[in-house]
Design a protein around this ligand. Structure first.
Ligand code: SAM
Ligand code: SF4
Length: 339
C-alpha cells in the first residue's frame, strides 16, 4: 500500500503558518507616484526578471506547501506582458481547491481592459490604489496618471462583478482635506476603504518623508469627530485593523505599520519579480529562489530553499518614526518588493 504524503506546511520559528504569498510580477509601472518611485527610474534588465513560466513554477511550489492566498502586485502588475497567461495558470489552483483566493493590487489604469478576463479566471476582489478624487492632485501625485482612466477601470471592475477595495496612502497636506469626501464616495460606490500610512521605502529625502507622514491615529481621531467608531475583531493576518462607522455602517481599514506592531500574526512572505523571497517587508534579509529555480527542472532544491528561508523569518520589522527621524529605513523601493 502506498501512503500519499502531503508536504509539511510552512511554519516559521514563531509558530506562524505561512498561508499568504504576495508576488511582484514586474518592477515597471505606468505611473510614478511620488512616494513610491523617482521620476526617472532605472528598471531591471529583462533577463533578471522571472519568466511567466518561472513565476508559475515558484507560485505552484508555494501552493503545494500550503499557501492559500496569492496577491499579484508590482510595480503595476497589469503592465506585465502576458499577465493573463499567468493568471490563467494560477486559476488551475483555484479549480483544484488548493488556492482559496487569487487577487491583485493595481493602480487601476489597465482595469478597463482586464477586469472581465480577470473575473473569468476566478479573481473576485481587487485592491485599487487611489489617493485623491481631484484630477489635478491625482496628476501631481502619480506624475503620469490620469484620474478618469482609473475611475473607468474601477467602473469596469464593478461591471465585471469584482469587489473593489480602495487603498489610500494618508499624506499630510495632500489628502487630509479629502478624508470625508473619499469616505463618502466609497460608501456611495460600495467600495471598501483602507488608509495606509506612508512607509520609509525608497530613496526619498528624510525631511520630505517626515513631512508627508500623517499618522493614522490622527485620521482615526478626525473620523471620531463625526462618527461613532466601533473596533472590529476582524483580522487578516496582516497589518490592517478595521472599524465600523456606526452612523453609516461603513467599514474602514487602517494599515498602520508605524503606529502599531502587527507582526505577531504575520502569515505572509513576499516574492520579488527577480525571485527574491523577503520574509519581512521591513528587513533586508532575503533568499534567492531564482538560482535553484534556474539550476534545473527539479523543484526539490526550490522547495528546500523556501523552507530554509521560512526558518529565518524574523519576528518583526524595525520601522520607527517616533523620534522624529526615520528609523529602520529601507533603501528598497516598494515597487521592488511589491507593496
Ligand atoms: N501599482 C500597484 C498599485 O499602486 O496599487 C501595485 C504596487 S504598489 C507598490 C502597492 C501599494 O503600495 C499601493 O497601494 C501604494 O500606494 C503603496 N505604496 C507605495 N509606496 C508606498 C510607501 N512609501 N508607503 C506606503 N505605501 C506605499
Ligand atoms: Fe506605480 Fe503603484 Fe508605485 Fe504608484 S504606487 S508608482 S502605481 S507601483
Amino acid at each position: 500500500m502506498t501512503i500519499a504524503t502531503t508536504p509539511a506546511p510552512l511554519i516559521d520559528p514563531f509558530a506562524r503558518a505561512i498561508r499568504y504569498l504576495r508576488v511582484s510580477v514586474t518592477d515597471r509601472c505606468d505611473f510614478r507616484c511620488t512616494y513610491c518611485m523617482a521620476e526617472h527610474m532605472t528598471f531591471l534588465p529583462k533577463k533578471e526578471l522571472l519568466t511567466l513560466e518561472e513565476l508559475d513554477r515558484l507560485c505552484s511550489a508555494f501552493v503545494s506547501l500550503g499557501v492559500e492566498k496569492l496577491r499579484i502586485t508590482g510595480g503595476e502588475p497589469l503592465v506585465r506582458k502576458g499577465i493573463l497567461t499567468f493568471f490563467q495558470a494560477m486559476s488551475r489552483h483555484l479549480d483544484s481547491g488548493a488556492l482559496k483566493e487569487l487577487t491583485l493590487t493595481t493602480n487601476g489604469s489597465q482595469l478597463a481592459r482586464f477586469a472581465r478576463p480577470l473575473a473569468d479566471l476566478g479573481v473576485r476582489r481587487v485592491n485599487v490604489s487611489l489617493d485623491t478624487l481631484d484630477a489635478d492632485k491625482f496628476a501631481r501625485i502619480t506624475r503620469w496618471g490620469r484620474l478618469s482612466q482609473v475611475l473607468d477601470g474601477i467602473a469596469a471592475a464593478q461591471a465585471a462583478g469584482l469587489r473593489v477595495k480602495i487603498n489610500v496612502v494618508a499624506l499630510k497636506g495632500f489628502n487630509e482635506d479629502e478624508l470625508f469626501s473619499l469616505t463618502d464616495w466609497c460608501a456611495r460606490e460600495g467600495h471598501e476603504l483602507t488608509w495606509i500610512e506612508v512607509m520609509p521605502m525608497g530613496d526619498m529625502e528624510e525631511q520630505v518623508r517626515l513631512g508627508q507622514y500623517w499618522a493614522l491615529s490622527e485620521v482615526r481621531a478626525r473620523y471620531a469627530e463625526r462618527f461613532t467608531l466601533t473596533d472590529l475583531a476582524e483580522r487578516t493576518g496582516g497589518p490592517a485593523r478595521y472599524v465600523r462607522l456606526e452612523e453609516t455602517g461603513q467599514k474602514v481599514g487602517f494599515i498602520t505599520p508605524l503606529t502599531h506592531n502587527f507582526c505577531e500574526s504575520c502569515n505572509r512572505v513576499r516574492l520579488t519579480c527577480t525571485g527574491e523571497l523577503y520574509m519581512c517587508l521591513g528587513q533586508e534579509d532575503m533568499a534567492d529562489l531564482r538560482a535553484p529555480l534556474r539550476a534545473g527542472p527539479d523543484d526539490t532544491p526550490v522547495v528546500q530553499a523556501i523552507r530554509d528561508a521560512i526558518a529565518r523569518k524574523p519576528k518583526g520589522h524595525d520601522f520607527d518614526y517616533s523620534r522624529q527621524q526615520v528609523g529602520g529605513q529601507m533603501t528598497r523601493h516598494m515597487s521592488h518588493t511589491g507593496g
